[in-house]
Design a protein around this ligand. Structure first.
Ligand SMILES: [Cu+2]
Length: 445
């Protein structure tokens, strides 16, 4: 009796031979692999890719390279048709924004590690050198690899001891947005930053070409004011929330030309929390979930996408609304910098003569937070060494009371480069302004 599995695998080979010849069957077109079924029988046909060799896909020719704001792409060299990468796990003195640095753990001198980028069908050899003071390993999050290449220390391989270099080798059998991260002493190493994005382009792209392709990794940290080491055992009270290891105003803007098709790939390897990422001024479509292409008819339109821990999501839209547009996690505590959460609630409290009396004992004393907390970043008060005030940065129109997981999408007409174009010039009649007395009289009486 022919088993279900055997039937499907044989059927796939026959169909492949008939349609494209056996060599190209499994990678022909983007969709068959992107829409991989959860049914293992259906997935088996894709293992055909393992037997087929493809020339290394080249940036600019086979794909439009992804942009990692505040980050970089890991360089590779092709050796006998194999793309060779080298990741070095090491301590990094990392800057989150001007004023706040900490000793983190990352890869190749960066937090997070550089984005690995390749093309479906590529064969990769990734060397991982451990320059940390403890064991490590690297897991390729979401990738369909042989069990012994999966990177879970102890389960799928031996630990990479300090000073050792391990070699991972596999062929990419899928495309989409994935991640990599340490899988040894995970709690410590992920909390200290050991992660990166892993983007695989389709061998045969389908659908409209993307002009601007961005990758943003969310994470969260606890760094006490004045200290220089993230606390890896923190479970709830995170005070530094990052896109690609940076907090606003240290996050680089995402720049697009009017009419560009923009893709943004989100990944989240925060230790504990999910992030609803919200973009102003646009309606996007969710085109990928955990690397799998969403069929066009099922692509959800919206402006907020929840990226849970361990997930990736990709969205696409046409940049047809010029301006400076906020994009941020919508959890309000995730757009603050180094805020403590055990302060008394002083909103509505009238300090009265308290300030005067207290300042006799504590020169310069002032009750803060009694009219809200927006001013706290703006006051420009001296802050402890190596810390950033709760929120904010000067904006075009006023102080921007945001921090943390916040960045700006800048869409412009007539751009000559994708460098930061500065603040948006609002066309006449398109800026909210103070109402005049005449207008108030006319409309409100
Ligand atoms: Cu968040």
């Amino acid at each position: 009796m022919i088993s279900r599995r055997k039937f499907f695998s044989d059927a796939a080979v026959v169909a492949g031979t008939a349609a494209f010849g056996p060599a190209t069957r499994s990678l022909q077109g983007a969709e068959p692999i992107g829409q991989r079924s959860e049914n293992p029988e259906n997935n088996r046909e894709n293992t055909q890719a393992d037997q087929q060799e493809y020339p290394p896909g080249e940036p600019g020719k086979d794909y439009t390279p992804v942009i990692t704001p505040n980050g970089s792409t890991l360089p590779y060299k092709a050796v006998d048709g194999v793309k060779v990468f080298h990741l070095i796990a090491e301590e990094v003195d990392h800057e989150f924004a001007r004023g706040l640095r900490a000793y983190c753990w990352g890869f190749n001198g960066q937090v997070h590690g550089p984005t690995i980028e390749a093309v479906e069908g590529d064969r990769l050899r990734i060397y991982v050198t451990n320059r940390l003071p403890e064991n490590t390993s690297v897991h390729w999050h979401g990738l369909l690899v042989p069990s012994g290449m999966d990177g879970v220390a102890g389960l799928s391989q031996k630990n990479i001891a300090p000073g050792e270099t391990y070699k991972y080798e596999f062929q990419l059998r899928q495309h989409g947005t994935y991640m990599y991260h340490s899988h040894s002493d995970d709690m410590t190493q992920i909390a200290l930053g050991m992660m990166g994005m892993f983007v695989i382009h389709p061998r045969t792209p389908t659908g409209p070409k993307v002009d601007r392709d961005f990758a943003l990794m969310s994470s969260e940290w606890r760094i006490d004011v004045g200290t220089r080491r993230p606390i890896p055992i923190e479970m709830t009270d995170f005070n530094v929330l990052t896109f690609n290891g940076r907090v606003f105003p240290g996050t680089a803007p995402l720049v697009a030309k009017y009419g560009d098709r923009v893709k943004i790939r989100f990944g989240n390897l925060s230790p504990m929390e999910h992030h609803p990422i919200h973009l102003h001024g646009y309606r996007w479509k969710i085109t990928e979930m955990d690397g799998s292409q969403v069929p066009e008819i099922a692509q959800q339109a919206g402006n907020t996408v929840l990226v849970a821990v361990g997930q990736t999501r990709a969205v696409e839209f046409i940049a047809d609304n010029p301006g400076d547009w906020a994009m941020h996690c919508h959890m309000t505590h995730h757009t603050m910098n180094q805020m403590g959460h055990n302060a008394p609630n002083l909103i509505g409290v009238r300090p009265g003569s308290v300030d005067k009396r207290a300042s006799k004992l504590l020169p310069g004393y002032m009750t803060m937070g009694d009219t809200g907390m927006a001013d706290m970043g703006e006051m420009g008060m001296p802050v402890p060494r190596n810390s950033i005030p709760m929120v904010g940065a000067p904006g075009k129109h006023d102080y921007i009371d945001m921090g943390g997981m916040f960045t700006i999408l800048k869409v412009r007409e007539n751009l000559t480069s994708y460098d930061d174009p500065g603040w948006y010039e609002n066309p006449p009649g398109t800026l909210a302004t103070l109402a005049s007395n005449d207008e108030l009289q006319r409309d409100l009486g």
